[in-house]
Design a protein around this ligand. Structure first.
Ligand code: AMP
Ligand code: MG
Length: 414
């Protein structure tokens, strides 16, 4: 089958095409609620927040020093000004700064009326009732102007913004106690496989413990979605169908792992196609080639591969941004790539995008990357040791030791 003419029965997509498909198909869930700002951390604004007043509300001093009238200062020598009072942050000077006067000011104090310039304390000298200011001051220096951060009536935060620490602080600085956010996304997830045991049970012959449900639990918790853990489902079509129907009836998104290949016991894709609709399932990617995306009823469905590393790669490259879009995040966060030299040679066939795991570390006066351990798609240890993906795109062939490669940090993905 030619890559350039995908067979609709067996579509193969590039990573970019699959992402494009997902991100153009998905949009924010309907439904919103008002929450106190502390509870808004990680949530997404469904309405902009408008500044109710100027920030800062008044012209104020950016430094500890003296408020003066610029016109009083000599251009070429020292100027002695008479001290007439003090302005503290939160306690303004009540008088007016007249000709030849100065007022002692603290950082954050409202600029005393009549003055237009702040001279920093360090350059001045106090002589009794007078302060001596050296030449070379600039009109309007060391002031923070009213409305400089934010003008009243302007959007302080846009709809689609996911609330982080700085946003919480900004909201508080505006006196905003509550915000309107999209309702929490409900995500059901389950593992499939006869060989998959849940922790707490002894391992039978040929069994492995379920790790995918735990990596997914961790990644989804970090996203702040509502979790519906549906456990392990055995490779029996009736059981998987029942789990799918139950999950799809209650969740916005259903994420499964395992059973999406073409093995004898791989029922996920077939069931998705029967119960709903499959949008694609073969990607030019390694690891993580088989992945189903589709719909059952009102729920979106992601059928991830079974191999633990493949699960994390598919999650990072497709699922996380798809979920953010469903959560209402707009624009999506950038996923920057950085170019660094790679210590190790990497075998790579052109034609697909590969995501070996790497460890970015400081070395030789800059940052470098090295392969993190065994790169098998079932070897989670290499993921645990790594802090980035090395991203080798479709056109790339073998990498020689010392070549420059692109890396994508795990931060913000898991
Ligand atoms: P599958 O795609 O179902 O054939 O699974 C591929 C490989 O991933 C097999 O070796 C499975 O045992 C393994 N695997 C599948 N699901 C899990 C899981 N939840 N936790 C750990 N390994 C898994
Ligand atoms: Mg399986």
């Amino acid at each position: 089958m030619s890559k350039s003419h995908p067979n609709p029965q067996d579509p193969r997509l590039t990573v970019a095409a699959a992402r494009e498909h997902l991100l153009t198909t998905l949009g924010p869930v309907a439904g919103w609620e008002c929450v106190a700002i502390r509870d808004a951390l990680g949530r997404v604004l469904s309405r902009p927040v408008i500044a109710p007043f100027d920030v800062p509300a008044h012209d104020n001093s950016a430094m500890d020093g003296y408020a003066v009238r610029f016109e009083d200062l000599a251009g070429d020598g020292e100027t002695a000004l008479r001290l007439v009072g003090t302005a503290y942050a939160g306690r303004a000077f009540s008088g007016i700064v007249g000709a030849g006067h100065a007022v002692r000011v603290m950082t954050g104090a409202v600029v005393p009326s009549g003055s237009d310039t702040i001279v920093v304390q360090e350059v001045t000298r106090v002589e009794g009732e007078r302060v001596v200011v050296p030449p070379g001051q600039k009109r309007g220096q060391n002031l923070r102007r009213a409305g400089e951060d934010l003008a009243r009536g302007k959007p302080a935060l846009a709809a689609g913004k996911r609330i982080g620490a700085a946003d919480l602080g900004l909201l508080a600085s505006l006196g905003v106690a509550e915000v309107t956010v999209f309702r929490r996304l409900r995500v059901a997830f389950l593992s499939t496989g006869d060989e998959i045991a849940s922790i707490g049970n002894p391992l039978g012959p040929g069994q492995v413990y379920d790790s995918n449900r735990y990596t997914l639990h961790a990644a989804l918790s970090a996203l702040g979605v509502e979790l519906v853990d549906m456990g392990v489902v055995r490779d029996e079509p009736e059981l998987i169908e029942h789990a799918f129907r139950t999950a799809a009836a209650s969740a916005d998104v259903v994420i499964t792992s395992g059973g999406v290949s073409v093995g004898e016991a791989d029922f996920v894709r077939e069931l998705m196609a029967r119960l709903g609709e499959v949008r694609f399932w073969k990607l030019d990617i390694k690891p993580g080639r088989p992945m189903a995306f589709g719909r059952i009823g009102d729920a979106w469905l992601f059928g991830l591969p079974g191999n633990p590393v493949a699960v994390m790669v598919s999650y990072a490259q497709f699922v996380v941004d798809a979920l953010l879009r469903l959560m209402g995040v707009d624009p999506l966060p950038p996923r920057p790539l950085f170019e660094v030299p790679c210590d190790d040679a990497i075998r790579k066939n052109p034609g697909r995008r590969e995501f070996p795991r790497g460890e970015l570390y400081p070395g030789g006066g800059g940052w470098r990357v090295r392969l993190a351990g065994n790169q098998g798609s079932g070897v989670l240890r290499s993921m645990a040791e790594a802090n980035c993906f090395i991203v080798l795109d479709e056109a790339c062939g073998n990498v020689a030791a010392g070549d420059t490669v692109s890396i994508q940090l795990f931060d913000g993905l898991f």
